[in-house]
Write a protein that binds this ligand. Sequence first.
Ligand code: SAM
Length: 346
Amino acid sequence: MDTMITKLRETQDLTDAEFKELLETDRYDAELRQNADEVRIANYGRDVYLRGLIEFTNYCKNDCLYCGIRCSNREAERYRLTPEEIMDCCAEGYALGYRTFVLQGGEDPYYTDERVCQIVRMIHKQYPDCAITLSIGEKSRESYQAYFEAGANRYLLRHETANPEHYAMLHPAKMSCENRKRCLYDLKEIGYQVGAGIMIGSPHQTTAHIIEDIRFMQDLQPDMIGIGPFLSHKDTPFRDEPNGSLELTLRLLGILRLVFPQVLLPATTALGTMHPRGRELGLQTGANVIMPNLSPVSERKKYMLYDNKICVGDESAQCRNCLEQRVKSAGYQISMSRGDALRLQK
Ligand code: SAM
């Protein structure tokens, strides 16, 4: 059959008008889902890679309008883990089989480059077989270089939106789309496996913005793309904004699998928060990564980026078991390998 989805699958591209049509109707959803699943299986089989997520600080100097840990939110109870606590999370994760640790946090000035490098070095020394991912926001090229030399090999930094005007509606004036993009290109040049991404349904987002995001990522060629629905948080300026849509998030996951056949695509916690089987549906629409929480249960509910976040009460081992069942029920299998981007596995 000669359809738009076939064209997308074969050429990994469409015109803007075709992307617009695809994004704005549910007519192609079933065909998109099937093709995304086939392409994912052709590249990665039925494997789902796990990343152990350690949310090590919720202090943040930024004031992103959508985010529950923005610095203006006086209701947020702040915490930061000590290096020992971080190492405890890694030990627990390693015993559960995790071979990737993701250190994520707000942009916390306490964590100077020296402190970040020290922690990365400790993890790298103790677990040389594990990948270390950082997700700690916008830094100078020199800082990124220092973390890389300390042993970090992946970096997640969603670009949030590739459109500067839209970016300005989501962020305070002192943050810029240009700097965010600069960070991503610096990270790539240094040699990190880089993750970009957006929220679906962030306030003021249009279809044209999403197409601009696809175009930006076609240029950047990230190894990972994190997308999940925008979910409102009661103590942010966007408290009354509607949540992003499950359908559109799944549709974009499918599209991204076809545009970037080898990309690592997480079924996000936000997707699981929006729908009880959101992550399973994500896996069935091209996603192949899940990022279970390894943070201490006592601190988890403080890393509240949006309301009603799931998995905040479960011990790491419980999360691991629960996910194993969910992945199986969706028709896939957990792989405990590092799960590097395919270009590096070969
Ligand atoms: N500070 C780092 C950064 O800026 O990349 C990492 C932490 S930041 C909280 C991680 C991601 O959470 C952001 O890139 C954003 O897309 C997502 N996020 C924040 N608030 C959200 C919300 N209300 N709904 C959905 N996702 C949200």
